[in-house]
Design a binder for this molecule. Sequence first.
Ligand SMILES: CC(=O)c1csc(NC(=O)C2C[NH2+]C2)n1
Length: 130
Amino acid sequence: EEQEEDVLRDLRLFLRYVTESLAQDRRFKAFAKPVDTEEVPDYTLVVKAPMDLSTLLTNIDEQKYVTVDEFVCDADLIWKNALEYNPDSDPMDRHIRHRACALRDALRSIIRAELNEGFQRACEEIRASR
Ligand SMILES: CC(=O)c1csc(NC(=O)C2C[NH2+]C2)n1
């Protein structure tokens, strides 16, 4: 009902704030848009569930997420995919892995700093009721 739609609207605003904060950070530029599978043809052979910051924003607009944890699950794909696609010891692989781990930590840090636990519980109750 109306109150639920009010909570989910606030969730979308919160998730856009988190995602935009990460998207503005130059360290995370490699994660801003989908990997171009024309330029990187072997990417889809290695990574079965691609994800990037712009796709997270699209998912938010399409009302895919009812809880913060569902969003974090998708956002975590970004760094997991990067570690999978860049496993080697060469400096470029190491560089992108460091940035992927920085993305993971920045995401969790913003959420811990800004998310009200009562609001998270309200979202989880909506998910449980559906
Ligand atoms: C988004 C992502 O994970 C990504 C973009 S480029 C890249 N890796 C490289 O360009 C080479 C370093 N070894 C392969 N990984």
